[in-house]
Design a protein around this ligand. Structure first.
Ligand code: NAD
Ligand code: UGA
Length: 471
């Protein structure tokens, strides 16, 4: 029986390993983590992350060929293949602060693998890492080698939160990068391929050299984010000219060379990876003497920041330039629908912008716990472009001006304005007449996700602002 151990039981490690265990009954999978609460939750009925379809997959395999444990060293020592899926956040101090990836967690995992291993292993980079990381990992693994063979592979993950299980069941591609130039490297690539081939069609498994695989992951995220910034930049022009961004993106996307996906204008992209990975790409370009390339990608993040600021400015200016003491109902806080994840959610910047203008916020999100919202709004944000323009709100100010409630009607009752910041399906079918009746007039709707039927809401009496739509 092939034994797999995955270090890091997070949004990637947990679902990815659960699907491998589900699809490969002859493989034994142990997912390990330093966090005791996380592992306890993985072993309970309330999993630590909300992801449609995940509960069923975990329930079918847990205790059979899928195990969650804090006994990291024991499981690493016993494994044939070790996936490393630890977090790789942006560095916040020292060399490369604000851009470079912080590889502290990765390095400590690699050192531990080297220390506890007594048999040869394939070590798989599952985390998103800077191109050339495998070289550093190989050095760490072989430095203390007791004659043990280690083969490092890059197998970046392309799942998106909210659709992780369907993405893993039916991936567009699986990418495996390895040392194609030697027999050991080729054998390692084949071993990992043998796992995926149990449910992924051969032609979707792409094998490349290590650096191509590492760089493809950063490039893919940069391309995806760039599409959103492109359509968001056009949304500003739509508002200025009377064009409708939904019509424009639909017309543009019909061209098969462009494609229709990922062209939804929004209040801005969020999530733990797009900004982090682009900043990482920018840093690598700068380190390789390519400032023009670095500046090109930086612009994708600048447009994203601009879009969030533009939304706040539109709201304040529409409401007679003052929202001081006014109640704003916030619908949605997670960075996208069908996840409780709030990392880099645009809702944080928008809410901080509104709090900076002294608004009173009442927030509802179907999945994000109250404590997480308070924590996100009072945690100082790292100023990536060091311009000092990032708004910081104190814990006291958050406590005084923010309330978290348990449904959309409560959040919008007596509100001067509503902001939709996440595209949860339930926001499409709310009784907006009832909501309107419970608001002071004029009643404003600022839809940051193009969820509502603008004409219908205007008919009810709302003043509606929807991203990229005629005012
Ligand atoms: P996460 O923070 O949810 O999970 C990482 C886990 O690693 C944490 O539970 C942490 O406790 C654990 N950990 C850290 N150091 C450890 C160590 N030395 N030993 C054991 N456990 C350790 O992060 P995530 O969202 O799962 O992302 C992991 C990586 O995957 C990142 O590089 C990210 O860029 C990449 N990625 C994420 C997504 C996504 O949708 N979240 C998608 C594709 C790729
Ligand atoms: C993204 C990529 O889609 C995954 O392929 C990748 O594996 C992952 O990052 C990662 O490396 O972490 P994720 O961030 O989970 O996945 O979710 P997305 O669906 O990509 O959405 C990201 C953000 O963009 C969200 O805030 C979403 O609302 C926004 N978005 C997306 C738009 O504003 N418009 C769109 O058309 C699409």
């Amino acid at each position: 029986m092939v034994k797999i151990c995955c270090i890091g039981a997070g949004y990637v490690g947990g679902p990815t390993m659960a699907v491998i265990a589900f699809k490969c009954p002859s493989v034994e999978v142990a997912v390990v983590d330093i966090s005791v609460p996380r592992i306890t939750a993985w072993n309970s009925d309330k999993l630590p992350i909300y992801e449609p379809g995940l509960d069923e997959v975990v329930k079918k395999c847990r205790g059979k060929n899928l195990f969650f444990s804090n006994e990291i060293e024991k499981h690493v020592a016993a494994a044939d293949i070790v996936f490393v899926s630890v977090n790789t956040p942006t560095k916040t101090s020292g060399l490369g602060a604000g851009k470079a990836a912080d590889l502290t967690y990765w390095e400590s995992a690699a050192r531990m693998i080297a220390d506890v291993s007594k048999s040869s292993k394939i070590v798989v980079e599952k985390s998103t890492v800077p191109v050339k990381t495998a070289e550093a990992i190989e050095k760490i693994l072989t430095h203390n080698s007791k004659g043990i063979e280690f083969h490092v592979l890059s197998n970046p993950e392309f799942l998106a939160e909210g659709t992780a299980i369907t993405d893993l069941f039916n991936p567009d591609r699986v990418l495996i990068g390895g040392r194609e130039e030697n027999a050991g490297g080729l054998k390692a690539i084949q071993t990992l391929k043998d796992i995926y081939v149990q449910w992924v069609p051969q032609e979707r498994i792409i094998c490349t050299n290590l650096w191509s695989a590492e760089l493809s992951k950063l490039a893919a995220n940069a391309f995806l984010a760039q599409r959103i910034s492109s359509v968001n930049s056009i949304s500003a022009l739509c508002e200025a000219t009377g064009a409708n961004v939904t019509q424009v993106s639909s017309a543009v996307g019909k061209d098969l060379r462009i494609g229709s996906k990922f062209l939804n204008a929004s209040v801005g992209f969020g999530g733990s990876c797009f900004q982090k990975d682009i900043l990482n790409l920018v840093y690598i370009c700068e380190c390789n003497g390519l400032p023009e390339v670095a500046n090109y990608w930086k612009q994708v993040i600048k447009i994203n920041d601009y879009q969030k600021n533009r939304f706040v400015n539109r709201l304040v200016s529409s409401m007679f330039n003052t929202i001081s003491g006014k109640k704003i109902g916030i619908l949605g806080f997670s960075f996208k629908k069908d996840t409780g994840d709030t990392r880099e959610t645009p809702a944080i910047d928008v809410c901080k912008g509104l709090l900076n203008d002294k608004a009173q916020l009442v927030i509802y999100d179907p999945q994000v716990p109250e404590a997480q919202i308070f924590k996100d709004l009072s945690t100082p944000k790292f100023d990536w472009d060091q311009l000092g323009s990032t708004i910081q709100i104190t814990e006291d100010a958050v406590a005084q001006s923010v309330k978290v409630v348990h449904n959309a009607y409560e959040a919008t009752k007596d509100a001067h304005a509503i902001c939709i910041l996440t595209e949860w399906d339930e926001f499409k079918s709310l009784d907006y007449q009832k909501i309107y009746n419970n608001m002071p007039k004029p009643a404003y709707m600022f839809d940051g996700r193009n969820v509502v039927d603008v004409a219908k809401l205007r008919q009810i009496g709302f003043i509606v602002y929807s991203i990229g739509k005629p005012l």
